[in-house]
Design a binder for this molecule. Structure first.
Ligand code: G
Ligand code: G
Ligand code: NA
Ligand code: MN
Length: 245
Protein backbone atom coordinates (compact mmCIF):
# COMPACT_ATOMS: atom_id res chain seq x y z
CA UNK A 1 0.00 0.00 0.00
CA UNK A 2 2.91 2.30 0.83
CA UNK A 3 4.48 1.62 -2.55
CA UNK A 4 1.15 2.32 -4.26
CA UNK A 5 0.92 5.71 -2.53
CA UNK A 6 4.47 6.53 -3.46
CA UNK A 7 3.80 5.51 -7.06
CA UNK A 8 0.79 7.84 -7.09
CA UNK A 9 3.04 10.71 -6.03
CA UNK A 10 5.70 9.61 -8.52
CA UNK A 11 3.13 9.76 -11.32
CA UNK A 12 2.00 13.25 -10.24
CA UNK A 13 5.58 14.51 -10.12
CA UNK A 14 6.78 12.38 -13.02
CA UNK A 15 9.75 10.87 -11.21
CA UNK A 16 10.34 8.44 -14.08
CA UNK A 17 13.42 8.72 -16.24
CA UNK A 18 13.87 6.85 -19.47
CA UNK A 19 17.21 5.19 -20.10
CA UNK A 20 18.21 4.16 -23.62
CA UNK A 21 20.17 1.06 -24.59
CA UNK A 22 21.71 0.85 -28.07
CA UNK A 23 20.58 -1.80 -30.55
CA UNK A 24 23.40 -2.32 -33.03
CA UNK A 25 23.35 -3.52 -36.62
CA UNK A 26 25.32 -6.80 -36.54
CA UNK A 27 26.96 -6.25 -39.90
CA UNK A 28 27.85 -2.54 -39.87
CA UNK A 29 28.31 -2.41 -36.09
CA UNK A 30 26.51 0.93 -36.06
CA UNK A 31 23.68 1.94 -33.77
CA UNK A 32 20.38 1.14 -35.42
CA UNK A 33 18.08 2.21 -32.60
CA UNK A 34 17.56 2.29 -28.85
CA UNK A 35 15.35 0.41 -26.42
CA UNK A 36 13.70 2.69 -23.85
CA UNK A 37 13.99 1.25 -20.33
CA UNK A 38 12.33 3.14 -17.50
CA UNK A 39 13.84 3.91 -14.06
CA UNK A 40 12.06 5.44 -11.12
CA UNK A 41 14.19 8.08 -9.43
CA UNK A 42 12.74 8.14 -5.91
CA UNK A 43 13.58 11.35 -3.98
CA UNK A 44 14.84 9.42 -0.93
CA UNK A 45 15.45 5.87 -2.05
CA UNK A 46 17.29 6.70 -5.26
CA UNK A 47 16.95 4.63 -8.39
CA UNK A 48 14.35 1.88 -8.38
CA UNK A 49 14.44 -0.61 -11.23
CA UNK A 50 11.36 -1.52 -13.26
CA UNK A 51 11.55 -5.11 -12.02
CA UNK A 52 10.72 -3.76 -8.54
CA UNK A 53 7.84 -1.45 -9.32
CA UNK A 54 6.25 -2.58 -12.60
CA UNK A 55 4.62 -5.71 -11.13
CA UNK A 56 3.10 -3.57 -8.36
CA UNK A 57 1.99 -0.87 -10.78
CA UNK A 58 0.42 -3.51 -13.01
CA UNK A 59 -1.49 -5.04 -10.12
CA UNK A 60 -2.71 -1.66 -8.84
CA UNK A 61 -3.75 -0.40 -12.26
CA UNK A 62 -1.15 2.40 -12.23
CA UNK A 63 0.87 0.97 -15.10
CA UNK A 64 -1.26 2.62 -17.80
CA UNK A 65 -0.49 6.10 -16.49
CA UNK A 66 3.20 5.32 -16.01
CA UNK A 67 3.41 3.84 -19.48
CA UNK A 68 1.82 6.91 -21.00
CA UNK A 69 4.39 9.11 -19.26
CA UNK A 70 7.17 6.88 -20.63
CA UNK A 71 5.78 6.91 -24.17
CA UNK A 72 5.45 10.70 -24.12
CA UNK A 73 9.01 11.01 -22.74
CA UNK A 74 10.27 8.91 -25.67
CA UNK A 75 8.38 10.99 -28.24
CA UNK A 76 9.74 14.12 -26.56
CA UNK A 77 13.33 12.83 -26.67
CA UNK A 78 13.27 11.43 -30.17
CA UNK A 79 14.48 14.54 -31.99
CA UNK A 80 17.33 14.94 -29.51
CA UNK A 81 18.34 11.30 -30.02
CA UNK A 82 18.28 11.76 -33.79
CA UNK A 83 20.35 14.93 -33.56
CA UNK A 84 22.93 13.12 -31.41
CA UNK A 85 22.98 10.21 -33.83
CA UNK A 86 21.51 11.03 -37.27
CA UNK A 87 21.82 7.42 -38.44
CA UNK A 88 19.60 5.97 -35.76
CA UNK A 89 16.31 4.65 -37.05
CA UNK A 90 14.01 4.05 -34.09
CA UNK A 91 13.28 4.03 -30.39
CA UNK A 92 11.74 0.83 -29.13
CA UNK A 93 9.21 1.09 -26.28
CA UNK A 94 7.90 -1.77 -24.14
CA UNK A 95 4.13 -2.04 -24.12
CA UNK A 96 2.48 -3.90 -21.24
CA UNK A 97 -0.47 -6.26 -21.63
CA UNK A 98 -2.86 -3.75 -20.10
CA UNK A 99 -1.32 -0.95 -22.11
CA UNK A 100 -2.17 -2.70 -25.36
CA UNK A 101 -5.82 -3.28 -24.61
CA UNK A 102 -6.29 0.10 -22.93
CA UNK A 103 -9.31 1.63 -24.61
CA UNK A 104 -7.72 4.91 -25.59
CA UNK A 105 -4.27 3.74 -26.66
CA UNK A 106 -4.81 4.40 -30.37
CA UNK A 107 -6.24 7.88 -29.77
CA UNK A 108 -3.45 8.59 -27.27
CA UNK A 109 -0.80 7.69 -29.86
CA UNK A 110 -2.52 9.70 -32.61
CA UNK A 111 -2.55 12.77 -30.37
CA UNK A 112 1.13 12.37 -29.47
CA UNK A 113 2.15 12.08 -33.13
CA UNK A 114 0.41 15.39 -33.80
CA UNK A 115 1.70 17.06 -30.64
CA UNK A 116 5.35 16.24 -31.38
CA UNK A 117 4.99 16.26 -35.16
CA UNK A 118 6.70 12.89 -35.49
CA UNK A 119 6.87 10.23 -38.15
CA UNK A 120 5.66 6.95 -36.54
CA UNK A 121 8.34 4.98 -38.38
CA UNK A 122 10.77 6.20 -35.68
CA UNK A 123 8.85 4.38 -32.95
CA UNK A 124 8.72 0.66 -32.37
CA UNK A 125 6.64 -1.12 -29.74
CA UNK A 126 7.79 -4.31 -28.02
CA UNK A 127 5.21 -6.78 -26.82
CA UNK A 128 5.99 -9.98 -24.94
CA UNK A 129 4.41 -13.32 -25.55
CA UNK A 130 3.07 -13.47 -22.01
CA UNK A 131 1.45 -10.05 -22.37
CA UNK A 132 -0.62 -11.41 -25.24
CA UNK A 133 -2.07 -14.39 -23.41
CA UNK A 134 -5.33 -12.84 -22.30
CA UNK A 135 -7.72 -11.17 -24.66
CA UNK A 136 -5.80 -12.22 -27.75
CA UNK A 137 -8.48 -11.07 -30.21
CA UNK A 138 -8.59 -7.53 -28.87
CA UNK A 139 -4.80 -7.49 -28.69
CA UNK A 140 -4.36 -8.48 -32.34
CA UNK A 141 -6.95 -5.88 -33.34
CA UNK A 142 -5.07 -3.09 -31.54
CA UNK A 143 -1.65 -4.21 -32.78
CA UNK A 144 -2.99 -4.27 -36.37
CA UNK A 145 -4.24 -0.74 -35.85
CA UNK A 146 -0.92 0.43 -34.38
CA UNK A 147 0.88 -1.12 -37.33
CA UNK A 148 -1.48 0.56 -39.82
CA UNK A 149 -0.66 3.89 -38.19
CA UNK A 150 2.96 3.35 -39.27
CA UNK A 151 4.60 2.21 -36.03
CA UNK A 152 6.94 -0.81 -35.97
CA UNK A 153 6.30 -3.87 -33.86
CA UNK A 154 8.56 -6.45 -32.27
CA UNK A 155 7.99 -9.61 -30.25
CA UNK A 156 10.12 -9.39 -27.09
CA UNK A 157 11.64 -12.21 -25.02
CA UNK A 158 10.96 -14.60 -27.86
CA UNK A 159 11.10 -18.25 -26.91
CA UNK A 160 10.27 -17.89 -23.24
CA UNK A 161 6.47 -17.94 -23.47
CA UNK A 162 3.89 -20.26 -24.96
CA UNK A 163 2.45 -20.55 -28.47
CA UNK A 164 5.33 -18.51 -29.84
CA UNK A 165 5.01 -19.89 -33.34
CA UNK A 166 1.39 -18.96 -33.43
CA UNK A 167 2.30 -15.34 -32.68
CA UNK A 168 4.94 -15.29 -35.39
CA UNK A 169 2.23 -16.25 -37.83
CA UNK A 170 -0.63 -14.07 -36.64
CA UNK A 171 0.81 -10.80 -35.35
CA UNK A 172 1.79 -7.91 -37.65
CA UNK A 173 5.46 -8.07 -36.57
CA UNK A 174 8.61 -6.52 -38.01
CA UNK A 175 11.11 -8.06 -35.61
CA UNK A 176 11.68 -10.84 -33.15
CA UNK A 177 13.86 -10.32 -30.07
CA UNK A 178 15.64 -13.52 -29.11
CA UNK A 179 15.66 -13.83 -25.35
CA UNK A 180 18.90 -13.56 -23.40
CA UNK A 181 18.41 -17.07 -21.98
CA UNK A 182 19.17 -18.53 -25.44
CA UNK A 183 22.19 -16.30 -25.93
CA UNK A 184 23.81 -16.98 -22.53
CA UNK A 185 25.02 -20.47 -23.43
CA UNK A 186 25.21 -20.13 -27.18
CA UNK A 187 28.97 -20.78 -27.08
CA UNK A 188 28.85 -23.95 -25.02
CA UNK A 189 25.42 -25.51 -25.43
CA UNK A 190 24.95 -27.14 -28.80
CA UNK A 191 21.19 -27.18 -28.37
CA UNK A 192 20.95 -23.46 -27.62
CA UNK A 193 23.13 -22.79 -30.63
CA UNK A 194 20.87 -24.91 -32.80
CA UNK A 195 17.73 -23.24 -31.44
CA UNK A 196 19.11 -19.78 -32.16
CA UNK A 197 20.16 -20.80 -35.66
CA UNK A 198 16.74 -22.28 -36.40
CA UNK A 199 14.79 -19.36 -34.96
CA UNK A 200 16.81 -16.91 -37.05
CA UNK A 201 16.21 -18.98 -40.20
CA UNK A 202 12.51 -19.33 -39.50
CA UNK A 203 12.13 -15.62 -38.74
CA UNK A 204 13.90 -14.64 -41.93
CA UNK A 205 11.69 -16.94 -43.98
CA UNK A 206 8.69 -15.22 -42.46
CA UNK A 207 10.15 -11.84 -43.43
CA UNK A 208 11.08 -10.84 -39.88
CA UNK A 209 14.31 -9.28 -38.63
CA UNK A 210 16.00 -10.70 -35.54
CA UNK A 211 17.56 -8.98 -32.51
CA UNK A 212 19.82 -10.99 -30.19
CA UNK A 213 19.36 -9.72 -26.62
CA UNK A 214 21.66 -9.80 -23.61
CA UNK A 215 24.85 -10.12 -25.65
CA UNK A 216 27.77 -9.60 -23.28
CA UNK A 217 30.84 -10.95 -25.10
CA UNK A 218 32.55 -10.56 -28.44
CA UNK A 219 32.32 -14.28 -28.96
CA UNK A 220 28.53 -14.25 -28.53
CA UNK A 221 28.32 -11.34 -30.95
CA UNK A 222 30.50 -13.11 -33.51
CA UNK A 223 28.46 -16.30 -33.29
CA UNK A 224 25.21 -14.38 -33.79
CA UNK A 225 26.72 -12.55 -36.73
CA UNK A 226 27.71 -15.84 -38.34
CA UNK A 227 24.16 -17.09 -37.81
CA UNK A 228 22.97 -13.97 -39.68
CA UNK A 229 21.29 -12.34 -36.71
CA UNK A 230 20.42 -8.81 -37.88
CA UNK A 231 20.79 -6.78 -34.68
CA UNK A 232 22.64 -7.11 -31.38
CA UNK A 233 21.63 -5.65 -28.02
CA UNK A 234 23.52 -6.09 -24.77
CA UNK A 235 26.19 -4.89 -22.41
CA UNK A 236 28.85 -5.78 -25.01
CA UNK A 237 27.76 -2.69 -26.97
CA UNK A 238 26.26 -0.61 -24.20
CA UNK A 239 24.15 -0.45 -21.07
CA UNK A 240 20.91 1.48 -20.73
CA UNK A 241 21.87 5.12 -20.05
CA UNK A 242 20.07 8.44 -19.71
CA UNK A 243 20.50 10.90 -22.58
CA UNK A 244 23.16 13.44 -21.83
CA UNK A 245 21.77 16.91 -22.45
O1 G B 1 15.56 -2.21 -17.61
P1 G B 1 15.79 -3.56 -17.05
O2 G B 1 16.81 -2.72 -17.02
O3 G B 1 15.89 -3.66 -15.59
O4 G B 1 14.20 -3.83 -17.21
C1 G B 1 13.56 -4.82 -16.46
C2 G B 1 12.21 -5.19 -17.04
O5 G B 1 11.31 -4.08 -17.04
C3 G B 1 12.29 -5.67 -18.49
O6 G B 1 11.53 -6.86 -18.60
C4 G B 1 11.66 -4.58 -19.27
O7 G B 1 10.95 -5.09 -20.40
C5 G B 1 10.70 -3.94 -18.28
N1 G B 1 10.56 -2.54 -18.64
C6 G B 1 11.53 -1.60 -18.62
N2 G B 1 11.06 -0.41 -19.04
C7 G B 1 9.75 -0.61 -19.33
C8 G B 1 8.70 0.24 -19.82
O8 G B 1 8.88 1.42 -20.11
N3 G B 1 7.47 -0.32 -19.96
C9 G B 1 7.22 -1.62 -19.69
N4 G B 1 5.99 -2.09 -19.87
N5 G B 1 8.18 -2.46 -19.25
C10 G B 1 9.43 -1.96 -19.07
O1 G C 1 12.53 -7.85 -20.87
P1 G C 1 13.30 -6.94 -21.76
O2 G C 1 13.99 -7.69 -22.83
O3 G C 1 12.51 -5.79 -22.27
O4 G C 1 14.36 -6.24 -20.82
C1 G C 1 15.67 -6.08 -21.13
C2 G C 1 16.38 -6.22 -19.80
O5 G C 1 17.66 -6.81 -20.01
C3 G C 1 16.63 -4.91 -19.10
O6 G C 1 16.54 -5.15 -17.74
C4 G C 1 18.06 -4.59 -19.51
O7 G C 1 18.71 -3.72 -18.59
C5 G C 1 18.66 -5.98 -19.47
N1 G C 1 19.85 -6.17 -20.31
C6 G C 1 20.11 -5.64 -21.51
N2 G C 1 21.30 -6.09 -22.00
C7 G C 1 21.79 -6.94 -21.07
C8 G C 1 22.99 -7.71 -20.97
O8 G C 1 23.84 -7.74 -21.85
N3 G C 1 23.15 -8.46 -19.83
C9 G C 1 22.23 -8.46 -18.83
N4 G C 1 22.47 -9.21 -17.77
N5 G C 1 21.09 -7.74 -18.89
C10 G C 1 20.87 -6.99 -20.00
NA1 NA D 1 11.93 -5.14 -24.17
MN1 MN E 1 13.59 -8.99 -23.97
Amino acid sequence: ADMINQLRIAIERNEFVVYFQPIVCAKAEKISGYEALVRWIHPHRGMISPGQFIPIAEASGQMIEIEQLIIEECFKNLKLLISLNPEMKYVSINLSARGIIERNIVKFLENLLLKYNLDPKFIEFEVTESSLLNNIERTVEVLDRIKEMGFKLSLDDFGTGFSSLNYLKNLPLDKVKLDKSFIDNIETDERDHLMVKSIIELSHRLGLLVVGEGVETKNQRDLLYILECDFIQGFYYGRPEPIAN
